[in-house]
Design a protein around this ligand. Sequence first.
Ligand code: ZN
Length: 76
Amino acid sequence: MRARACIKCKEYMIIHANNPLNQTKIDNFERIHHLHTLITVDLEEIKDQYQLINNNGSKNVSKETNHSQDSLNKIY
Ligand SMILES: [Zn+2]
């Protein structure tokens, strides 16, 4: 089995070649990491060092933004 992995984030997604839904997720994963270094490797080579991203792989960015806003409010 092969996986799409980001070297910078140490995250990967398993590639299911015959699954169109998986292809969409891989596209999304590549979009998130497009400024990083993406590789396609055998799953066995990276699974011990990299973190598996399961579904949409998205992170709640708005929550983090609110959090930094709170920190700023405390400083000033
Ligand atoms: Zn990345």
